[in-house]
Every structure is written in C-alpha cells, then in structure tokens.
Design a protein around this ligand. Structure first.
Ligand SMILES: Cc1ncc(COP(=O)(O)O)c(C=O)c1O
Length: 469
C-alpha cells in the first residue's frame, strides 16, 4: 500500500476535459476557470500543438494568433527545438551541477553578447521575467551603493509581479498594485514624456539629492503596442548617461524579433546599460530569462571573488534550457524571423486598417510595429449607450471588456482562431508567432471581418449569460 494516492502521468493524459477543468478550479484558480468557461476556451481538450496550430481531441484545428503572449516567436514545438532537446536527453547531458561550468550556459551567453549591440557582455540566467528584472534592479542599486538608491519607472510599464518588479510597474496598467505597499524609493514618470523625466532629474539634483541609481522601462510598450515619440529613447539614453543613471531596458515582451528588429530599443539605435529578456528565448519550450550587462557595471559589483555569489539562483541556466535557447537564437538567425516579422507585420497592419475603415462603430484605433499589433475598441457604453446592459447581473465589472471578449469567443468557437485581449480589456491584441504566412493573416482578417459584420449584441448577450453563475 503506497502512502499517497497519486495520479500517474498516464492517467492524467486520459482524463476527460470535464475532469481536468474540475481539478483546475478546485486546485489552481476558480476565477480564471470561470473566465476560460465564459470565453469557451475550457470546452476542448488540447492534444497537440505544432507551428501556428493547436489541435483538440475532437479534431478542431485552431489557428493561434495569440503567439503565447510573446513566448512563441518560433511557433509551437519547432522541430529544431524538439531535436535539440531530444539530443540533449538522449546523450544524458549534465543538467545541473554547480561544481562544473556548463558549456551550454557559456555558449548561450557568448551568443547573446554577439546579438546585443555595444559592449553588453555579461549574462545572468534565471526562470522568469520578473526575476530577471529583480536581478537587473539589484545590480544597478549595488553599483551606486551607498550614494544613490532611487529607481525611476514609467506609468505604463509592466515588469512582473514579484515585489520589486511590481513596485516599478506603472499603476495605469496594473491597478491591483494599489493592494500592496510598494518598495521605497520608486519614482514614476509618464512614458514618452522627456520633459517630465528631465524635470524630475533636475529637481532632485537642485535640492541636493543626487540619488537616482537607475531607470527601468519597456522601450516599446509590448502588450499595449505603444511606441514613444520619435527621439524619446535617444534623449532618454543621453540624459541617463549624462547623469550617471543606469538605463535598464525590459525587452521581455518585445525581444528577439517581435517588433521587426531584434530588440525594441534598436528602433532608435540606443545601447542600454542592462537589458532583461525572457519569453521567446526558450523557443517556446524552456522557461529561461535573464539580463545582460555592460562590463563596467558587472566588474564593479559581482566581478570580484568576494562578490561573485551575491546574486545567484538554483535553476539559473539549466543545461536543457540553455541548449534550447542556443537553438532558438540560431533559428531566428537562420530563418530570418526578424525580417519576416517586419514584412508580415506591415501586411497585417495594412489589412487591420481596412477593417478600421469598414467598422468605425467598433474600432477606435489600430497600431502595430512588426508583429505586435492591436485594435483599440470602443467600449460597450460608447457603442450601445450608457445603461444599456444595466439589468444583467455582474455586468458592471466587465463592461470595458465585453466587446473584445465577445469577439475573442466568437473567433474561437466559429472560426477556430485563438486571440487574447492585451494589456487593457478594451483591446484586441494581435501578436502571432514570427513564422506566420500572408495566407494565415488573410484567414484571420476574413474571420474577424465576418464577426464584426455579425450581430454583436447577440454575441454580448451570449457572453453575459455565461457570466451568470
Ligand atoms: C515587459 C514584461 N516584463 C516582465 C514580465 C514578467 O515576466 P514573468 O511573467 O515571466 O515574470 C512580463 C510578462 O508578461 C512582461 O511583459
């Protein structure tokens, strides 16, 4: 008799979708379970994912336009990533052992130094984007210790949900931040406003507080698809350099080709002091993140024997994760996925603009850079008038997101296309893998055209009915 009644992997694979959904709601997160049900995402058991497609047990083939929120630049289960992992495992390579240098880790760091511009040279690896940003903030603060301890961040930036990362995320995009007391010493500026940044730095200096250690921002705001005014990044970079402020660029969402350049900051040709990365670095299979930093910062902080273990993590740079990342970078290079993102992004945006012209009632604005695109929609009250849905229970909490949610749900149920909303509920976020073809873009645009041309009120009412629980 075994002590615990554990389910076997083989049993897990045979469970029905209904049972899997029940276990999720009971043991992971019932609220998220409800959202998935409302959108119709919980109905199908997913059995396979390959390239641009996800396959259900009942034979549905779903075109994935979500791009896994930037994790899937290579598409699902890219054959070269699978092969790299198979070879690693077949040869029983060493996964982790602190006594030996990992060849995979060393080569990955060398390749990253090759890809990043300027003298960005030393890499640190970890598992999540938030953790990468924590590490970047720590090294910047240590560099300036004990004289400077303040961090500038922007109002719309998102840097993760751990404590420091949340403290430097903007309140506008993450209202839940108010539920927690932020870390001391974090100063917010409006994104894209160079005057505000200049004033903040000048005011602190003139009051004798030359205490700003670093600034963190997303050079291009990924999940809202917001690019700064032309020249902003260059001026910001010059301002930081002149004032000894370490510039941290968060490329977790936008990195590795998504914007039609390898990194978002390259659209203005700047070289930040530290860059954080994650998501697509793992080729859609490995959870790997990290930062890369210039030697003048690394050598002063962790460069000595005494300080070399100040910032480490148990799972930082596992063998298979690093092997996957080496292959992921080579695929981007060999298949020129960055150029494909630029070309297909232009094609996609042009098609989106035709939909905007055709459906001015629903679409407020379209924006895009590379394969990061967004439809900003009018909210439900603007389309149907205030108070239109007032008799439906729970509806007030969801008014902003009702039209996008109705569209997402219909695209999935009727047209087998997967999308998410982006950083705001009133957005439709279009960010497919970088392997996308023009034919797949046409399929998506045609389907969206049909949904927008249909009976939106009926779709909203169906959704609202599902909210009554
Ligand atoms: C720009 C940016 N930074 C940081 C993060 C946090 O990454 P993680 O969820 O892996 O902690 C995200 C996640 O979406 C992100 O988009």
């Amino acid at each position: 008799m075994k002590k615990y009644n554990l389910m076997q992997l083989s049993e897990a694979e045979l469970l029905s979708q209904k049972e899997l959904v029940r276990l999720y709601a009971k043991h992971i997160n019932p609220g998220i379970g409800i959202f998935l049900r409302v959108l119709g995402f919980d109905e199908y058991k997913i059995v396979k994912a390959e390239g641009m497609y996800i396959y259900t047990e009942c034979g549905k083939k779903i075109l994935d336009f979500s791009g896994g929120m930037s994790v899937l630049n290579h598409g699902h289960n890219h054959p070269r990533i699978l092969e790299a992992r198979r070879r690693f495992n077949q040869n029983k390579r060493l996964e982790i052992c602190k006594a030996f240098i990992s060849g995979y880790q060393s080569v990955l760091a060398k390749n990253l130094a090759e890809i990043f511009p300027g003298d960005l040279q030393y890499s640190f690896f970890c598992n999540s984007g938030a953790e990468a940003n924590e590490g970047a903030l720590k090294i910047a603060l240590l560099f300036h210790r004990p004289h400077r301890d303040k961090i500038i961040y922007t109002d719309i930036g998102y840097h993760g949900k751990t404590f420091a990362a949340m403290s430097v995320s903007g309140l506008i995009s993450r209202p839940y931040k108010e539920l927690f007391k932020s870390m001391d010493g974090c100063l917010e500026v409006p994104y894209g406003d160079i005057g505000a940044l200049r004033r903040l730095i000048r005011d602190r200096e003139s009051s004798g507080q030359n205490d700003i250690a670093c600034m963190i921002l997303e050079p291009i705001k990924g999940d809202l698809v917001i690019t700064p005014p032309k020249g902003y990044l260059q001026e910001l970079s010059t301002l930081c350099e002149k004032n000894g402020i370490i510039l941290i660029a968060d490329e977790i969402f936008t990195g590795f080709g998504k914007t039609g350049k390898m990194f978002g900051f390259e659209h203005e040709g700047i070289v930040p002091d530290i860059v954080t990365f994650s998501k697509s670095l793992g080729g859609g299979k490995a959870s790997i993140a990290g930062y890369i930093v210039k030697p003048r910062i690394f050598e002063k902080t962790y460069g000595s024997l005494k300080n070399c273990t100040i910032h480490t993590t148990t799972f930082g740079g596992m063998g298979e994760e690093c092997a996957s990342a080496i292959e992921a970078l080579n695929i981007i290079n060999d298949e020129d996925l960055v150029e494909n993102a630029r070309l297909q992004g232009e094609y996609l945006l042009a098609k989106m603009k035709t939909l905007k012209a055709k459906y001015p009632r629903y679409i407020r604005e379209v924006r895009g850079i590379g394969l990061l695109c967004i439809f900003e929609l009018y909210n439900t009250s603007e389309v149907f008038g205030k108070g239109f849905f007032k008799n439906i229970p729970h509806i007030d909490d969801f008014l902003l997101g009702l039209i996008p949610a109705a569209i997402v749900s219909e695209l999935f149920k009727k047209h087998n296309i997967l999308l998410y909303t982006g950083g705001r509920e009133d957005n439709l976020f279009i960010s497919p893998a970088l392997i996308i073809t023009p034919e797949e873009i046409d399929i998506f645009i045609e389907a969206l055209d049909k949904v927008l041309n249909g009976n939106m009120l009926r779709l909203i009412m169906e959704l609202a009915n599902n909210l009554i629980f």
